[in-house]
Design a protein around this ligand. Structure first.
Ligand code: B1M
Length: 214
């Protein structure tokens, strides 16, 4: 039987070489990629965050845990990628806001959007507001997605939403935000973005909703 406790432990301890095999074992037993990610791998990263807060681990351990998580996601990626409708639902520009280097959650959202039929332009991490605006214009995106994991990123989320809303793209592009640092109240009321999603599955639902595909 697939050892999911061992999988979580391997991520928490940053055992990058063990994680792919443990993920594969769970897949071989018929467990769905979504269940493995949402109910086991993300849980492990939450535990990593808690241990960091409690000063039981530090940045280097957090970094090796992130690498182990990524090694597991590489096994799952091709499976989730199947079934995309070739970008027919339109283009989404996605990035992590200025000052923030966290990319795992953003990349999961991108994976889910692509597999649901969106074309995604990934701007990466630490993305200034002006770059979101430029890219949305260049790629004629219908939707821009901002990911933010740090509370210190709040001003940049607000500034990026404002930059998009005050640009010539106003009314042409919707803006959705997500990431552990954000709350629906901050995103919708303070930033006046068009939508907030707490996770990757909700992000796909929201993207379809905002663009009228729901
Ligand atoms: Co950082 N980090 N980190 N970190 N890190 C957090 C975010 C933290 C909560 C840990 C903690 O203290 N508990 C904390 C932030 C506290 C705060 O601001 N309130 C923190 C800190 C403080 C820091 C540093 C400042 C530490 C330091 O240097 N002293 C530093 C900042 C560096 C920087 O960005 N400038 C830092 C660095 C790092 C690493 C580089 C070591 C590493 C990131 C590696 C990487 O991303 N490549 C790291 C990690 C791994 C974490 C934790 C442990 C895990 C993040 C993660 O990947 N989760 C994290 C603790 C936590 O989140 N509980 C923590 C798994 C991922 C699948 O979930 O990203 O939440 P998540 O994405 C979810 C949803 O949020 C949502 O869907 C995703 C999938 O379900 N979502 C969206 C995300 N984006 C979305 C966009 C959407 C919609 C939904 O629409 C557009």
């Amino acid at each position: 039987m697939a050892d999911l406790i061992a999988l979580q432990e391997a991520i928490i301890k940053g055992k990058r070489n063990d994680v792919p095999g443990l993920v594969q074992a769970a897949l071989d037993e018929g467990m769905s990629p979504q269940t493995i990610i949402n109910e086991h791998m993300i849980l492990a990263m939450k535990e990593v965050g808690q241990r960091f807060e409690q000063k039981k681990i530090f940045v280097p351990e957090m970094m090796i845990a992130a690498r182990a998580m990524q090694a597991g996601l590489e096994v799952i990626k091709p499976l989730i990628g199947q079934g995309g409708a070739g970008g027919g639902l339109g283009t989404v520009v996605m990035g992590t806001v200025f000052g923030d280097l966290h990319d795992i959650g953003k990349n999961l959202v991108i994976l889910m959007l692509e597999s649901s039929g969106f074309k995604v332009v990934n701007l990466g991490e630490n993305v200034p507001a002006a770059k979101f605006v430029e890219a949305a214009r260049e790629h004629q995106a219908k939707l821009v997605g901002l990911s933010s994991l740090l509370t210190t990123g709040d001003p940049y989320v607000k500034a990026t939403v404002a930059a998009l809303k005050e640009s010539d793209l106003s009314g042409k592009v919707k803006v959705m935000c997500g990431g552990a640092a954000l709350t629906p109240r901050f995103v919708l009321e303070e930033c006046q973005a068009d939508g907030y999603a707490p996770d990757a599955v909700a992000a796909v639902r929201l993207a379809k909703d905002l663009l009228g595909f729901a």
